[in-house]
Design a protein around this ligand. Sequence first.
Ligand SMILES: *[C@@H]1O[C@H](CO)[C@@H](O)[C@H](O)[C@H]1NC(C)=O
Length: 293
Amino acid sequence: MLSLSVAAVSLLSLVDASPALDKRASCACGYKDENGRIWREAILADFTSNYANALSYFTPVTAAPTLHSGTTYYMSYSPNNVIQHNDGLGLVTRAFSGSPSSSNAISSAEIDSNRHDILYGTFRMRATVPTVPGVCFGFFTYYQNSDGSGVQETDIEFLSSDPVYYDTIHYTNQPGNVNGVTDPAAAKVVTTSADLTAFNNHRWDWVPGSSTFFVNGAQTAQITKNVPKIGSTLIANVWSDGGSGWTHGPPTADAIATVYHINAYFNSTTLSEATFNSQCVAAGRPAACSVIA
Ligand SMILES: *[C@@H]1O[C@H](CO)[C@@H](O)[C@H](O)[C@H]1NC(C)=O
């Protein structure tokens, strides 16, 4: 009898435990971050373990050659520059040679999230910066009206032509300048002690009224001006327009950023608080999942 009841108890706890595990795996009550904030949804893109699945959250961009004002180089985007590289995702601006023309453009790389409705969240990327001069490596949210006006954007950017590019990070809530002059309240340049050519965790937290930036979990900057307020796309890119003001370049060898993961925990304009709450209740109110990086 004793062994039977032990068996019955363990069977009961098994029956009880497995649905709870299933509920937790669903994260129906969202994700709790380091600040105790709850986010309803997540994009967990680990390019090291399942490259195709991770890339499925994003669309590699195709864009015809365009000429930025003030430059002589045309720039295009091609999905051929989004590659599996160094056990992760490689974003490549290709080596450029010859004379600039619309048929000889600088060929750059960009991935855009398939979600364009991201409104507030915490955004994380583990990556190395390109070491070849002449490119900008960006990790950012972006919104524009269909006519190109009304841009709202928060950027983490690395410029491989910066004198100490391996230590320098540019954080901006666009517009980062006023009448052509850098606005220190909207654009901050930070020198970090991290070696950016090695893998580091880059993050920002986007909430109403502030964008707060981190490297490896330690706060590096905060910007309270021009905080975006509209559903946006999450983007990573490596690009060069050959312009003297920002990217310099073009690169004379392939300039590559390697991304191990992009994890975004966010709210959206699509999943309302009411719907999220009823999904959480329907799942039996499991504890919120923890953010993993
Ligand atoms: C995100 O969603 C959670 C859960 O609905 C909510 O408590 C929180 O206030 C939202 N955050 C922002 C910044 O809107």
